[in-house]
Ligand binder design. Structure first.
Ligand SMILES: [Zn+2]
Length: 433
């Protein structure tokens, strides 16, 4: 079902008109209410009147995570503190968190955006959905929570952490949809299997997965193990939280809620806007945000945009899967390597679990990539020859995809650490000399 046909099925020209009008209003707002943007625009010699159509967005300054840190905590807010009704924060890898304030209207936009996502996943008011993202400063829990309520479905706020209890609730309450990270869903599937619970014992039919990049093969694995339809939901707290984009029944790219979040793809090195279809860094402008509106925020996520209308009937632009992050790309022996590439190779081979760990070391100025991968129980064997054969096959495939050799280490079933939140799958031990 399409929740908001008016906005999700607009013609390209109507959408551009709407985006242009909203951009003009936004630029006028930040110029007058956010000193950071006024100073940046003055330095670039740009006045609000210079922005006439959505194409003029190219004239505007970018915003980075560092800008958010420099203006910590509320320096980028465009409204007085009295208009802020909620605050979320994302943990930074170093130092201060990124703090985002929302007005009442921002929260209403967020809930409606998530209702659009859930409707696209085939959810309705008949569904019962457990939200197993963390509730708290992280946007995943509360964001999904109010979206499920806005849709009119029942929400079960399980939060993250207690897998046994969660599985019990899924079974006993007849939960039909679960929202969590895909790696946690895989973990849940494993726990269920060990408990002897099969998908036939459950009413589960929809997986709402996000919070970390995942692959097509991981989708297959989740759909098979849990007998569900697994959908991607994408977002980031700086822009709003989950619900910036979502898949539909076609599972071929995520529709961006582009009447609120205007996307661009840039070359991460030169910041030049790339032509349609090219892969680069995703940038968002929050067209309607009141609390902390952002111009051209650099997400560091790498993907491309698809403007062709989708078979589902929506005309909104789609983004491809995130191919990696411009800052977690590994450079090994001078070659760009994304953990997601390695994951997709592992998932193509039936012998291996979708669990892996990458260890990068440097010896005598030469990089070495170790890929630790877990065998499925049914393929586990004492015969050393069989293990060597599987190892070599994986190594050959990795070599052909990555163009560099990797040292594959096969480990016994259930030995790699499972993560409840974002996966920690890379250990880079290199010390630059
Ligand atoms: Zn679609």
């Amino acid at each position: 079902m399409i929740w908001n046909k008016n906005k999700e099925c607009m013609s390209r020209e109507e959408m551009r008109q709407l985006q242009g009008a909203r951009l003009r209003k936004l630029v006028d707002n930040v110029y007058h209410n956010v000193p950071f943007y006024r100073e940046k625009m003055q330095a670039m010699n740009i006045m609000p009147d210079d922005i006439k159509t959505i194409d003029d967005i190219k004239k505007l300054p970018f915003t980075t995570k560092q800008d958010l840190r420099d203006n910590y905590p509320f320096g980028l807010n465009a409204v007085p503190q009295s208009a802020i009704v909620r605050v979320h924060a994302s943990s930074g890898t170093t130092g201060r968190p990124t703090v985002v304030g929302y007005t009442r209207r921002d929260l209403a936009v967020w809930s409606e955006a998530i209702a659009r996502c859930l409707a696209a996943f085939g959810a309705s008011r008949e569904d019962t959905i457990s939200v197993a993202y963390g509730y708290g400063l992280f946007t995943g829990g509360l964001g999904l929570h109010y979206g499920v309520e806005h849709l009119g479905a029942s929400v079960v706020p399980t939060s993250s952490g207690n897998t046994d209890k969660h599985i019990l609730l899924i079974k006993d309450l007849g939960i039909t949809g679960v929202a969590c990270t895909p790696s946690y869903a895989l973990h849940m599937a494993e726990v269920m299997r060990k408990k002897g619970i099969t998908p036939d014992d459950l009413k589960l039919r929809i997986g709402i997965f996000g919070g970390e990049p995942w692959t097509e093969n991981m989708r297959k694995s989740l759909e098979e193990k849990l007998q569900i339809d697994a959908y991607n939901i994408y977002g980031l707290s700086e822009i709003m939280g989950p619900g910036v984009s979502h898949e539909c029944e076609c599972k071929n790219g995520s529709h961006i809620i582009e009447d609120h979040f205007f996307p661009e793809i840039i070359n991460p090195e030169t910041c030049e806007v790339l032509p349609e279809g090219e892969q680069g860094e995703l940038v968002f402008t929050t067209l309607t945000k009141e609390g902390m509106p952002l111009l051209r925020y650099r997400t560091k996520d790498l993907c491309s945009l698809i403007y062709e209308p989708c078979e589902c009937g929506r005309t909104s632009v789609r983004m491809t899967r995130i191919m990696g992050r411009s800052d977690d790309m590994l450079i090994i022996r001078g070659i760009n390597v994304f953990p997601s590439q390695i994951e997709s190779v592992i998932l193509q081979l039936p012998e291996f679990e979708p669990q892996y760990l990458l260890v990068v070391t440097r010896e005598n100025n030469r990089d070495n990539l170790e890929v630790h991968v877990e065998l499925k129980e049914e393929y586990y064997s004492d015969e050393i020859n069989k293990t060597i054969e599987m190892r070599d096959r994986l190594a050959r495939r990795l070599q052909s995809v990555l163009s560099i050799s990797a040292d594959v280490k096969i480990v016994s079933p259930n030995t790699l650490e499972r993560s409840v939140g974002k996966s920690k799958r890379v250990i880079d031990k290199r010390v630059l000399e």
